[in-house]
Design a protein around this ligand. Structure first.
Ligand SMILES: Cc1cc2nc3c(=O)[nH]c(=O)nc-3n(C[C@H](O)[C@H](O)[C@H](O)COP(=O)(O)OP(=O)(O)OC[C@H]3O[C@@H](n4cnc5c(N)ncnc54)[C@H](O)[C@@H]3O)c2cc1C
Ligand SMILES: NC(=O)c1ccc[n+]([C@@H]2O[C@H](COP(=O)([O-])OP(=O)(O)OC[C@H]3O[C@@H](n4cnc5c(N)ncnc54)[C@H](O)[C@@H]3O)[C@@H](O)[C@H]2O)c1
Length: 472
């Protein structure tokens, strides 16, 4: 501290989530003096109310679903019940373990660097804390994350309206649950609760689930999701308090009214600028109020402010938050000489069963495409998981892979293989020239890859036996 009540540093990072922690680490590793500001230091969104508890709930749902469908293999499992207390108990115990690990990671940040407070801008380069102190920094990284949107009509429902911040605190399964919003959170949670035996209805004002780009893949996903729940796309929803929970009236592509014990509101997570007084940083903003920034540096225009994580509203995903943080922290330390870093191929997985994956660019940017179908794919049939579709996008003239959409068994693994191939700028031919073990779900990629080869001047590799094993 130099002036009374004023702290000085090279890089101030606002927010100690995944992105902020990565930014602070990178700035310190690059020789900067740092301050990391957070009002709570409670652990990241990912560990507390995001990725980890949601995947734990999905894991429980998967276990029940597997028991119920064992009959398709001639295996009788009787008396499948859910012990709510034990199930939610495991979710919270495992979640708390992950949270503890992230809190231990926070403790690795030197004590003098951690400032427990909320920060806001006073003017460019100067922050004010809610304890009255000020921070003067050469560069500032804003990593304040995102929060669930809660439209007024849902807020008026009180505890009957859940978000990702409250749903994992349930101690008993509701009997009937409405889920509003069919993005990643809505889709994952709707299917998980349905597969735990809750009567679920899923609503979205859009006509498309999970913002899927390919109509063919979307049709496959819609058919799969509709097996587990009532699905109402293209509807406007009006909620009202009801003595038994919440009444939902909907109109549009379909029309009706029903009563639910709870409604999960999953209509997006806008970036958190509340209380930041970001206007005082004098940054140019886009139409959504997010400071304009360059993804390769995470720098806002020519300013000394950098964004990282969900607050940047680019790809609100964990691996991107981490990468943003590393880029922003490194460049804040090097201010005013940022280095441009090549970004990953955009890649998202929605953990439904089967999973939904979108990678890179889509139809509009592609010269050729190829498709695979998993309804008769060899290994998928063996496992009785034979559903789903994949569309692969490639550029002309050589069939370089540029994107994919899929709902498919083991899509998280297929998605990684394809994303890594795209990151390496491989062509469909080059991927086909690598070994495919038999019988695997990966063989399901071959059909789409061969279609791409056939549509480009580059022939299918000579070593390809097109009289493949069933479903390959
Ligand atoms: C239910 C759910 C499931 C998800 N599942 C996945 C998944 O499976 N895979 C995946 O890749 N992504 C998933 N995500 C997304 C992922 O969790 C986020 O992209 C990631 O956690 C964002 O990290 P962050 O650092 O930007 O934000 P956060 O971790 O939220 O950190 C923001 C920090 O800023 C602090 N802060 C806010 N305002 C101020 C202020 N004025 N002053 C100081 N500090 C402040 C907050 O206290 C907080 O600690 C999921 C998200 C949700 C909600
Ligand atoms: N597996 C994962 O990687 C994962 C899982 C969960 C969340 N996330 C991240 O969290 C972010 C937020 O997730 P989300 O699902 O809340 O948001 P989202 O933006 O992905 O989806 C919101 C959905 O709500 C709909 N909607 C908006 N207002 C509505 C209204 N009034 N009535 C009906 N429908 C309405 C939209 O049409 C959209 O389909 C995602 O963008 C994703 O990046 C990722």
């Amino acid at each position: 501290m130099s002036k009374a009540g004023t702290l000085e540093c090279d890089v101030a990072v606002i927010g100690a989530g995944t992105a902020g922690l990565a930014a602070e680490r990178a700035a310190r590793a690059n020789g900067a003096s740092t301050l990391l500001i957070d009002p709570a230091f409670n652990g990241t969104t990912c560990a507390t109310v995001g990725c980890m508890p949601s995947k734990l709930l999905i894991a429980a749902a998967k276990a029940r679903h597997a028991a119920l469908r064992a009959g398709s293999f001639g295996i009788d499992v009787e008396g499948v019940t859910v012990d709510d207390k034990a199930m939610f108990g495991r979710i919270r115990a495992e979640r708390d373990r992950f949270v503890k690990l992230t809190r231990e990671g926070i403790k690795d940040v030197p004590a003098k660097v951690r400032i427990k407070a909320s920060a806001k801008f006073v003017k460019p380069g100067v922050l004010e804390l809610d304890d009255g102190r000020r921070i003067e920094a050469r560069a500032i990284v804003v990593a304040t994350g995102s929060r669930p949107a809660m439209p007024d009509a849902f807020a008026a429902l009180g505890s009957a309206a859940l978000t990702n911040e409250t749903v994992f605190s349930l101690t008993a399964l509701p009997k009937r649950m409405a889920v509003v919003g069919s993005g990643a959170i809505g889709l994952e949670m709707a299917q998980a609760f349905a597969r735990l035996g809750v009567a679920v209805a899923l609503f979205d004002k859009a006509d498309t689930l999970a913002k899927l780009r390919c109509p063919r893949v979307h049709k496959a996903l819609k058919d799969i999701i509709a097996k587990d729940m009532d699905l109402h796309l293209g509807v406007e929803v009006t909620p009202r308090p009801h003595e038994n929970g919440v009444s939902i009236r909907w109109k549009g592509a379909s029309k009706g009214e029903a009563v639910f014990d709870k409604v999960l509101v999953a209509v997006g997570r806008p970036p958190t600028f509340d209380g930041l007084d970001i206007a005082k940083a004098r940054l140019e903003t886009d139409e959504k109020g997010v400071p304009c920034h360059e993804r390769e540096t995470m720098r806002c225009g020519e300013s000394n402010v950098f964004l990282a994580g969900d607050v940047a509203a680019d790809y609100p995903l964990l691996h991107e938050a981490s990468h943003d943080g590393a880029i922003a922290g490194r460049n804040a330390a090097a201010f005013p000489a940022p280095i441009r870093i090549e970004r990953y191929v955009p890649f998202s997985i929605t953990f439904t069963d089967p999973q939904v994956v979108s990678i890179g660019r889509a139809e509009a940017d592609s010269a050729v495409s190829g498709t695979s179908d998993f309804t008769d794919q060899g290994r998928a049939r063996v496992e009785a998981r034979n559903e789903g579709a994949l569309t692969l996008y490639a550029a002309a003239p050589d069939g370089v892979l540029i994107g994919a959409d899929m709902v498919a068994p083991a899509a998280e693994h297929l998605g990684h293989l394809l994303t890594w191939a795209m990151q390496q700028k491989l062509t469909a031919t080059q991927v086909l020239e690598m070994p495919f073990y038999h019988p695997t779900i990966e063989e399901g990629l071959k059909q789409a890859l061969r279609m791409v080869c056939a549509a480009t001047p580059i022939a299918i590799p000579d070593n390809q036996d097109t009289g493949s094993p069933p479903g390959a």
